[in-house]
Design a protein around this ligand. Structure first.
Ligand code: F6R
Length: 609
């Protein structure tokens, strides 16, 4: 979704802004723009479409400056037009904004009555006018910003420059991430650290309600009450390599292939500890996790499917009741809260608005204990949670989540074993056994990646299809759901997933010779049931594409294609069976020529409702 970058320096900052916006492209956007202070004038360039087009326009117009802000916009209020693109300008004040201003209509009425004119349909333009209005009332840009944010309700990250103040940029944050990057004689602001890594790794995350002033010489931060405050300076360890494509064609392909390493990093602490200490989830986790009576998982999309998988583990292995709910549904439901159920939010980005709001709602309902599983340090959801487990997938750039999902599963499995130990379901021998299974996981995943050439052959057949069904049972039903989601989001083939036993209750009517049916069929206790469900498909002429494992005893026949994963991975089998469905979606999309890393209409970080 929207992205912000800003810079103040002694050198030309336009290349920094453009490079930063390119680094933010993966989040999804439909227009972009920059504004710079050139002499005593604000100059602005905005374009719909790719950052490269805006970059070309800026170069043609000879943009160069030592103070500037930039933005990638994902339309919410107002269509995808140049006039709705940021930065927005009001009488020498220019700003970029992430988030949504809920009281923008009232503010617009007020500003219209004061004689302001609007050139966009955005909620953002009211902020530019309000800042100008407060500047007129006396005070400087910082004071005007501080007065303005007190009149806003909603979420914002803001970066503002003003014609009258060439020596500084002012910024504000509430409900949307914003960080300051500290350089030598130059300073930066960004919504995501990847945007400024080329310039500095010293960063300061702003807190809710903070405003800040950036000059070339330094940064001053003010808390919500406008009192000066210190914020911790950290060193970002996000690797630049994770932001580069390297030898791969797409980030999605790269990220699929990074899974052995991502999993190894995510389980490293348990391996080093030789077991599953509660401290994997924070210093106070032991007391909290022992005290709970059940688990309520909240998440969206792929992260929700990780939660669905975890439910099978938590109930069967830890013996605790576990519910899983889509965050956007939970947050508007009059749920019956059990305060002794642990709220677990799962979010790759840590910014998903629905998940964040569901977490707040759960707390308001009386849930005392919260745990976040997240891939992005310092993002909003882990910061709002009592306990945290960071997956160590590294930056995920492809919009379709891959390595984040399997590392979420690894984290959730570790949570399951910790809970099982604390609740008396797992003894030392069983703990050692689970650790051994986890230790083998990265290697087994590497073996599954070797199946890629066989999956490419299947993908060529899928590329001509309009629909597909995915079937799984038990632990592997969520993997069928994930396979269908991956296929539809990047190849645009309509795909649905069902528990295989549900087929005969309706979806079987869809099956004919044109319907490919993907079946996740490892050798577990439900295999014979799955085989019967497959017969139901074959009897109606449906073509079966079966992901089995070595022990499943399948052989290919007319209309039945089989790919075997190297070995059965016990309770961790869902992790292994995820890779083939990711690869199938990737190669099908490739064959159809879609924009794999940036599928249409989607964004990486969904920070709006
Ligand atoms: C699908 C995908 C999305 C996300 C969902 C939640 O490939 O990536 O479904 O899983 O938008 O995002 P996070 O995990 O960032 O909360």
């Amino acid at each position: 979704m929207c992205g912000i970058v800003g810079a103040i320096a002694d050198r030309d900052v336009v290349p920094v802004l453009i490079e930063g916006l390119k680094r933010l492209e993966y989040r999804g956007y439909d227009s972009s723009g920059i504004a710079v202070l050139d002499g005593d004038a604000i100059r602005r360039v905005r374009r719909t479409g790719r950052v490269a087009e805006m970059e070309g326009a800026a170069a043609t117009e000879g943009f160069a400056a030592t103070l500037g802000i930039g933005h990638t916009r994902w339309a919410t209020h107002g269509g995808v037009t140049e006039s709705n693109a940021h930065p927005h300008v009001s009488h020498g004040v220019a700003l970029v904004h992430n988030g949504i201003i809920e009281n923008h209509e009232q503010q617009r009425e007020r500003l219209l009555a004061l004689g302001y004119e609007f050139e966009s349909q955005t909620d953002t333009e009211v902020i530019a006018h309000l800042i100008h209005y407060h500047l007129q009332g006396g005070g400087d840009l910082l004071t005007a910003l501080q007065r303005t944010v007190k009149e806003l309700t909603g979420a914002y990250a803001l970066a503002v420059i003003g014609r009258s103040e060439p020596q500084r940029m002012v910024v504000a944050r509430m409900g949307c991430p914003l960080l300051v990057g500290l350089g030598e004689g130059e300073n930066f602001v960004a919504s995501d650290v990847s945007a400024i890594l080329q310039a500095t790794r010293r960063v300061m995350f702003l807190e809710e309600g903070d405003t800040a002033e950036l000059t070339r010489a330094g940064v001053r931060v003010f808390a919500a009450d406008d009192a000066p405050v210190e914020r911790e300076v950290r060193f970002s360890d996000v690797s630049l390599a994770s932001l580069e494509l390297g030898p791969y064609r797409h980030f999605m392909q790269k990220e699929i292939h990074e899974q052995p390493r991502a999993l190894a990093d995510t389980i490293e602490a348990a391996i080093d500890a030789g077991g599953f200490p509660a401290a994997l989830f924070g210093a106070d986790a032991g007391a909290v996790l022992k005290d709970i009576e059940g688990v309520q998982i909240l998440a969206c999309g792929t992260s929700y499917y990780a939660g669905l998988t975890a439910r099978y583990w938590i109930e069967a292995i830890a013996g605790l009741p576990c519910s899983v709910e889509i965050a956007s549904e939970y947050r508007y439901r009059a749920a019956c809260a059990n305060p002794r159920h642990l709220i677990v939010t799962i979010s790759q980005s840590g910014e998903t608005l629905d998940t964040m709001e569901a977490l707040k709602y759960a707390k308001a309902l009386g849930h005392a204990h919260t745990l976040s599983i997240c891939n992005v340090p310092e993002s909003a959801i882990p910061r709002a949670s009592e306990l945290v487990c960071y997956t160590r997938a590294g930056a995920e750039i492809g919009v379709a989540s891959t390595k984040a999902f399997t590392t979420q599963l690894a984290a959730l499995f570790q949570l399951t074993v910790v809970l099982g130990k604390l609740h008396g379901r797992i003894d030392a021998a069983l703990e050692a056994d689970y650790l051994e299974q986890l230790r083998h996981l990265p290697g087994s995943v590497q073996h599954v990646l070797n199946l890629e050439p066989q999956i490419v052959a299947w993908a060529e057949r899928f590329a001509g299809k309009s629909n597909a069904l995915f079937l799984g049972r038990g632990l592997h039903y969520p993997i069928a759901l994930e396979g269908a989601l991956k296929l539809k989001e990047i190849s645009y083939i309509h795909a649905e997933a069902y528990p295989a036993g549900e087929l005969k209750h309706g979806p079987l009517a869809l099956v004919d010779a044109e319907m490919p049916v993907v079946v996740i069929a490892p050798n577990d206790s439900l295999l014979e049931k799955v085989k019967s469900n497959m017969q139901e498909v074959r009897a109606r002429g449906g073509e079966l594409f079966v992901f089995a494992d070595q022990d499943s005893n399948f052989s290919a026949s007319d209309g039945v294609h089989v790919i075997r994963t190297p070995r059965h991975a016990g309770v961790l089998s869902p992790v292994l069976h995820t890779l083939p469905v990711q690869l199938l979606a990737y190669h099908t999309a490739l064959a159809r020529g879609t924009d794999v890393d940036k599928p249409r209409n989607l964004a990486k970080s969904v920070t709006v409702e």
